[in-house]
Design a protein around this ligand. Sequence first.
Ligand code: NOJ
Ligand code: CA
Length: 703
Amino acid sequence: MQKHIFVLLVLFTVAACQSPQVSQTPVLESPGKTVKIETGLSESGQPFYKLSFNGKEVVAQSMLGLDIQGQNFKDGFKITGTSDRTVDQTWDPPYGEVDKIREHFNELTINLESAEGRKMNLIFKAFDEGVGFRYEIPAQDGLDSLVVSNELTEFQMTGDHKTWWIPGDWDSNEHIYSTSKISEIDATPYNEGPVPIHTQNIVDVYSVQTPLAMQMEDGTHLVLHEAALWDYPAMQLHVDREQLKYIAQLIPSRVPEVKSTNTLPFKTPWRSVLTTKDAAGIIDSKLTLNLNDPNAIGDVSWIKPTKYVGIWWEMHVGTSTWDMYGSADMSSATNRTPSGKHGATTENTKRYIDFAAEHGFDGVLVEGWNIGWEDWFGKQIDSVFSFTTPYPDYDIDFLSKYAADKGVKIIMHHETSSAVTNYESQMEEAYEFMKKHGIDAVKTGYVGKIIPRGEMHDGQWMINHFRRVAEATARHKIMLNAHEAVRPFGQSRTYPNWFASEAARGNEFNAWSVGNPPEHETIMPFTRNLGGGFDYTPGIFEVRMNTYDPKKPEVVHTTVAKQLALYVTMYSPLQMAADLPENYEKRLDVFQFIKDVPVDWQDTKVLHAAIGDHIGLARKDKNSGNWWIGSITDEEPRSFDLTLDFLDEGKTYEATLYEDGGGAHWKDNPYPVNIRKIEVKKGDMIKLNLAAGGGAAIGVVAK
Ligand code: NOJ
Ligand code: CA
């Protein structure tokens, strides 16, 4: 047994409300001893754990166990053995916020056996910035498969922490964040408020989704999440507002009592608690990625971080439509007349390809190219889309050649409208069709209620579907960007081709809903982004939506300079320049930043960070070694003194600053961007003044 694990004999007295501890208590410490996990069995033989960080308890005694139909995997357990190991290795992600990731942890496995002879292992990994733990049910006599009806995992908090949360929703992650104490979490207003979400299914208003970020009184930050979510439903957390405790809540299948069906041996996903001394530590952590399994798809040289434009925002702001036939009477094919507003026409796609080629973008996303859009929304038809039949006004053969000649890639769009069985029946054909046309990236979409009916977006059936898609696309060497899919859990380590997702409230909400409040983008990097790249689709220059339609609600809730800064602060290896080409053509000087900013990084430094208030990052381009800075604020104007201590010694750089111009304000005056160039070297200081809802974007290029 190694030094970091020891077995204590504890003589105990415990608070009346807690389950009493018993004798054998394996303890695990992280390599740098910052994180300590204590475990044990209650009097009834139910396992528990506690977690401390820098000597302070951050998760108090919390029970563990699984509710399995017809079996007892909850209590009556005895410890029959323990084993441990240490891993210290560095791996190179094919793309990312950094180019090397150190994976250094101590691991403890506790073997348990119940009175009935049922075996279960608890596996804990202690990293210096947090912990992961999972259940393993090994192969055993008389039990080939099992049905999980509940998971009993708890996270007992030690105070009424400040919490940034979105409501537990079985079908969507596209919510606005609320900030409250744990005792005040209440999603009731979401069920009443005018928040248009593609699909919303909040069953328990006292539940939240992960990644769930909290701040303790002493400034310690905690984030609860999960990793390696395969063949199991996503976990939400029920909030016990009196006890200040979160209890795992698994998304059900179409048979509500059945959360997960598994064959033995099987392992649950990792449950993770990130513990850092400040908000910046959350950005620095690679815990979620590290808890996922290594690359499962072999050669990844074909995976390319991508910057793209697309036939997309024009449908969201309403100047064109996805469907070709508008709102024609669809009862008979002969009644179908073109609306004249179709976005994905050959001509329009050519225009976007030309624009992409002229300005150096890798790809053009084309939505609305295939038949089915007349019936996609709200009708819930089983076989709505064909993924191999273009509309007659979209000449895919011609466009494939045209794009190839211009050195631009078309990006495929597969909106399934959640008719998932329909998609599954066409997947292979659809991917072959893509490859035949030289297309090697797909954006999938799952708007609406899932078919098979009764399954949930984040339930086990869909998790397995997402894996089938990740595997099939990998087989065809296709990069995947999934919208309305389960929120990411670090899967890009295992399936690097699944390189981006939406799974949160993207910029699109600014086009047609009450929008995203100015603080929204200052929360995402500490929550949603922990799981992986976010296809947020920044870069909106025409921020006043009533330009398109006087009935539309006001603006995009950021200044234009902040839209630029998002390319640095909102990580994704896939970034869109989301606005219309004509809006970029009007401001080519400002557009230059979007053209220049890279999408793949060697290193990332946190310059300033406070969840829900502000974040500033400096990232080093993977290829050139130049630095790119993004700094954003919420609705408060803020100033920051940035010391450029990360630049290379002895080099002179030219910094191009794109700042909020005089009088800028997200609501009253979102447009002004001031561009200036200065010479800088290591150690110089730059003063940034961010407007309300504003930001600054800087390229620092070696001379
Ligand atoms: C919702 C997606 O988030 C959006 O990007 C897409 O344009 C629409 N669905 C249509 O598929
Ligand atoms: Ca969406």
